[in-house]
Design a protein around this ligand. Sequence first.
Ligand SMILES: Cc1cc2nc3c(=O)[nH]c(=O)nc-3n(C[C@H](O)[C@H](O)[C@H](O)COP(=O)(O)OP(=O)(O)OC[C@H]3O[C@@H](n4cnc5c(N)ncnc54)[C@H](O)[C@@H]3O)c2cc1C
Length: 302
Amino acid sequence: MGLFDRAVATVLPVVPRTVVRRVSAPYIAGPTLEDAISTVTELNGAGKRATVDVLGEEIHSGEEAQAIASAYRDALAAIDDGGLDANISVKLTGLGLKLDLELCHELLEGLVRDAGARSSFVRIDMEDATCVDDTLALYRRLRGEGHENLGIVLQAYLKRTLHDIADLRELHPSVRLCKGIYVEPSSVAFRDADVVRRSFVAALDALIEGGSRIAIATHDEALIAASLERVVTLAPGAYEFQMLLGVRESRATELVEAGHPLRIYVPYGQRWYEYSLRRLQENPQMAGTIAKATLGRAVGRT
Ligand SMILES: Cc1cc2nc3c(=O)[nH]c(=O)nc-3n(C[C@H](O)[C@H](O)[C@H](O)COP(=O)(O)OP(=O)(O)OC[C@H]3O[C@@H](n4cnc5c(N)ncnc54)[C@H](O)[C@@H]3O)c2cc1C
């Protein structure tokens, strides 16, 4: 990220919501489940799998958590009815992780059962570092209760990740490996981009060694290349690449054309703002994109 982009990242929270909405449109299927289903249908038509994310963070009550769980049940039903190749990705804070761990367990278990009955799968996204212990504990609990159709995410920027891989090894977890997106202190996370890359590759090697099913979630060409070297030794069902909707779509298509399984993360819902800010902060062309959109808005006003 250049200096100008950093400056824009700092002011992003004060950019008008209408502008954020416009420039983040490619990253989000739309406000409704129908939008998500039509995006998934299109992706499946292009040979890409999908995972559906109901946008909703920062909940403040059990009712809000129930509403998010209910939206996910609707998504699982619609995916099943449409015969689509898609599963769901859930954020545990949206299911009450910070409010009530028992409620969170109950809602997550309900979704895992529902997904299981439909031969589908639940991926538990990983959120900021304060969520990791409880998230992994809930994952272990559900696996201990006999549920197999769920997986976790591990973040290469966290210094603890190799230890977590070793600790989880006997479960042969299904793991999505990513760099990690939250702003974390240097006491828990690597900050240097090359160190994070090295950690990603070390984690990937450890997961392969441990016989995990691995979802390689990155748009970073160096990491895609390192992964391609490694997946040649793996069975087709043992790995997939994953990318975010709206990011490096032509690279995703190339991977599919080269015969690699690939899944696209498809967020939808009314609560688009926080997700959009994170995507815009990662977009290397963000300064220009925001400037154009803001100018467009100013021009549109006159
Ligand atoms: C499927 C999926 C699921 C994820 N789940 C989680 C999760 O559960 N928890 C978590 O903490 N993080 C998650 N992430 C985010 C991840 O941690 C990274 O923050 C994100 O993927 C960017 O890192 P990168 O490896 O793609 O490398 P980067 O170095 O950020 O990106 C590499 C290149 O990709 C392109 N690019 C990346 N982002 C954008 C963008 N927004 N707009 C335009 N171009 C872009 C650019 O060309 C950039 O140079 C997920 C990512 C993916 C792909």
